[in-house]
Every structure is written in C-alpha cells, then in structure tokens.
Design a protein around this ligand. Structure first.
Ligand SMILES: [Fe+2]
Ligand SMILES: [Fe+2]
Length: 234
C-alpha cells in the first residue's frame, strides 16, 4: 500500500484553486492520502469549505488529524463534521483499518522531550497544560492497543521526538511536541510515524526504540525536495 502524507496545508479562503493540482498528484501516486494537521489556517468553516472543494477530485481514502491552527477558530467540532460528511476519517485518539493496515492518529500536544519533559507540578494552569499532553498520549496508546494489524502507521500533528525539530528555535521545543507521544508509540510496535507542525524542523528521525519518524510539514519537505509531500510504502 502506498501512502502519501502531507502536513500544514494552512488552507485559507483565498486558497481556492491552489491545492487541487497537488491533490491530483497524490491521487495518482498513492492508495491512501494522509493529512497531518493544520488543514486550515485559522480553523474557520469557510476555510474548510475551500479545502473540501480542492479535495473534491480525490477518490482515495483520506485520513486526517487536526492541528493547532484547526482549533484557532474554536469550531473544531464543525470542521470535523464537515470532513466526515465528505468521507474523510478524522483520527482523534482513534484508529482505523484500510485493508490489512492499521492507522492510529491524534493531534498530540506540547510538553517537551526526555530530560526536559515538563511535569504537571505546581500551579493549576501548568498542571492543566501538561494533563492535556498526557491525555493525548494516553488516548493514542489506548487506540494503538486495539490494533492487531501486521502493518501500522501513526499520524500526529505535534512532534513525538526532538530530532525532527532541529532547525527550530530550542526555546520553542516544549511547544512543538512531546516525547510522551514517542513513549506511547514505542510501547506498541508501529512501522512508521508522521507529524507536521514544525515548519522549520528536520525531515526525519527515530524514536528511542528505532521507529522511523517523518516530519511531513510541506514547508520542511520543500526545502529538501521538489515535492511538498512524501510517499511511503507500507
Ligand atoms: Fe502549521
Ligand atoms: Fe501546527
């Protein structure tokens, strides 16, 4: 199975006509299309309408997770409904199967990495922030536990490892992802992890247990190739 993955579309009301040729390419090259968050720029239904129109020529199964930008308009539930009505599977701490391949996905959240992992200690505001991060990892792990497929792919928006953030300002690392996500994924074997969000990050890395991680932010990919997406064989 060939899977095309891209993140950080940041579709705006004035993006009409700009993404269709890209989706046609993905349609021709892959069996499944994965959109790893920041589908819209400001999380507005009008932006989602434009994106869905751009996707209207695609017939491949479409899987997506939301990004932080998709939450900006406080209308994330409506965006998910719009996508579901178009037949797009939005993964939010959930899993699905296409053929014999299992997919698990969630937006993820901030929190930092490894020795610099921020702990839920002290003020309620900080505890709430980190509990949101822990919740994403727990839901990801629960979804993974249900998948028994021989091949599995995980889709995130936030980064699960520090390595794919190289190029970003280190002061931002704690806001770009969390190693809690990598730890959850390492407790269950997956073949491949993709994420976006880190527009200035690095294209690939590995979890502590060696699972390949790809930053498929289109801004990152365009720095290394002529294509803003990546094709994986599963
Ligand atoms: Fe983004
Ligand atoms: Fe983002």
């Amino acid at each position: 199975m060939k899977v095309a993955a891209i993140a950080d579309l940041h579709c705006r009301a004035n993006s009409a006509g700009t993404l269709k040729p890209l989706f046609q390419q993905l349609e021709q090259q892959a069996d499944v299309i994965v959109l790893a968050g920041d589908l819209t720029d400001s999380g507005l239904p009008a932006e989602m309408e434009v994106l869905l129109e751009e996707l209207s020529g695609t017939t491949r199964p479409l899987l997506a997770v939301l990004g932080n930008h998709d939450h900006e308009g406080d209308q994330a539930a409506q965006l998910v409904e719009m996508m579901a009505a178009r037949g797009i599977t939005v993964l939010d701490g959930t899993a699905c199967e296409i053929g014999s391949t299992g997919f698990v996905g969630t937006k993820g959240f901030c929190g930092g990495f490894n020795m610099q992992l921020v702990q839920p200690f002290g003020e309620q505001a900080l505890k709430k922030f980190i509990l949101a991060s822990i919740d994403e990892a727990v839901r990801l792990e629960n979804a993974l536990a249900k998948l028994q497929n021989p091949k599995k792919m995980a889709i995130l928006h936030y980064a699960p490892i520090r390595e794919t953030l190289d190029g970003e300002s280190p002061e931002l690392f704690a806001f770009l992802g969390s190693s809690r996500l990598a730890n959850a994924l390492d407790r269950h074997r997956v073949d491949l992890i993709v994420h976006g969000h880190a527009h200035h990050g690095a294209p690939s890395g590995r979890t502590p247990l060696g699972t390949p991680v790809y930053n498929v932010s289109r801004f990152v990919l365009l720095r290394f190739s002529e294509f803003p997406y990546r094709i994986f064989e599963l």
